[in-house]
Design a protein around this ligand. Structure first.
Ligand code: MG
Length: 380
């Protein structure tokens, strides 16, 4: 008897004379919630929703009054899964392109068995190059649908304790000193602030913040500094300003320079723009202390979970971030936040017309909704 035959026989018969309880695998458990009849066809509904910003949002990359995100409803067997994708301009994505890409595989999305979501998402990835935000929209909607059918909140699906949900920073965009001070006043409830830097006016920006608060800061340069000596000088200065870590001080392509900068500074350096795929994470460890995981970069919840686990296995710091989006994406990400060291999940708080109510924030701590799925309610 060869090894394969032995395994097959042992699996079927168990040990002679002993009653062996069948071992329930996760797929088996999930199947319990699955309908026994063949699933019906889904209906995929998509809208591009314009989210209006409370304040003009300025980073090193752009300045804007609104963001358009792709909203998706996966309707099947009387249950609606909600999804959203906030396209990232840096990766040349937009909401219309994302919608077009999903329309191109509509037949597959509407007819595939959602309980085989791993296979379904693998097929989406095979058929659609790029379009990570659109993939996030379909992945979030599918996971919302699956967990609603199972009757469990998303955090429970992953075995996470909602009381471990992270404390989120609140982001202060670049602005004139008096507006910065006003924004800090509005962020009173948040114990840690995230500050955008990366321009010539960095010292002025931090000085405005420090004139209004002594709170710990986290800083994001969004690839803004292109000179490694300048980056070291600025980071060494930030180390005297109560800053906990810096995100993406230099362009992602300047890998060796960032590695050099890291050898000259003390604070952790987190990869954001440089971290775009799971396979890149082991290499990133040479230049960065951690990664910023966003559903709109990874292409959804399942892949974000994989990124977090890879980074943790490599001993790297993990952070969950977001784009400017509604409570749909932000709440979906918040369900994974018990896993990470840092959270920057405030994109929904920066907009004035959120279509959903989901995760709440109390003194910075993320309070996860306990309803099934992502736990979203439509704004009344
Ligand atoms: Mg960033």
């Amino acid at each position: 008897m060869n090894r394969r035959e032995w395994l097959k026989t042992a699996g079927v018969a168990g040990i002679a004379g002993m009653s062996v309880a069948p071992h329930a695998s996760l797929p088996d458990l999930l199947q319990k919630g699955a309908p026994t009849a063949p699933p019906t066809r889904a209906r995929l509904e998509m809208d591009i929703v314009r989210l209006n910003l409370k304040h003009t949002w300025t980073t090193t990359m752009s300045s804007s009054e609104f963001r358009d995100t792709l909203h998706l409803r996966y309707v099947r067997d009387g249950v609606t899964g909600y999804g959203e994708g906030a396209p990232i301009v840096r990766y040349k994505e937009d909401a219309a392109g994302g919608r077009e890409a999903l329309n191109g595989i509509r037949e597959m999305l509407e007819t595939a068995d959602p309980w085989h979501f791993e296979k379904l998402m693998a097929e989406v990835n095979r058929k659609v190059p790029g379009q990570h935000a659109a993939k996030a929209a379909i992945d979030i909607a599918l996971m919302d649908w699956i967990c609603k059918k199972l009757g469990v909140p998303l955090y429970r699906y992953f075995g996470l304790d909602p009381s471990d949900a992270a404390v989120t920073t609140f982001s202060i965009g670049m602005d004139k000193p008096e507006v910065v001070r006003q924004k800090i006043k509005e962020a009173e409830a948040f114990p840690i602030l995230k500050i955008k830097v990366g321009l010539q006016s960095d010292e002025e920006m931090i000085a405005s913040v420090r004139s209004a608060t002594k709170k710990p800061l986290r800083v994001d340069a969004n690839e803004g500094w292109t000179n490694k000596e300048e980056a070291v000088r600025k980071i060494n200065w930030l180390e005297t300003q109560g800053v906990q870590f810096i995100e993406q001080p230099m362009p992602a392509a300047m890998f060796d320079e960032i590695k050099w900068v890291r050898s000259k500074v003390h604070m952790p350096i987190i990869a954001d723009e440089a971290c775009t795929e799971a396979a890149a994470i082991p290499h990133l460890r040479e230049a960065y202390d951690g990664i910023n995981v966003k559903l709109d970069k990874s292409g959804g919840i399942m892949e974000a979970y994989r990124w977090i686990q890879i980074a943790k296995a490599l001993g790297m710091k993990t952070m969950l971030g977001c784009m400017i989006s509604s409570s749909c994406t932000v709440t979906a990400a918040a369900h994974l936040s018990p896993l990470v060291d840092y959270a920057d999940l405030d994109g929904n708080l920066l907009i004035a017309n959120d279509p959903f109510v989901g995760v709440r924030v109390e003194k910075g701590k993320l309070i996860l909704p306990t309803g099934p799925g992502v736990g979203l309610k439509l704004q009344s």
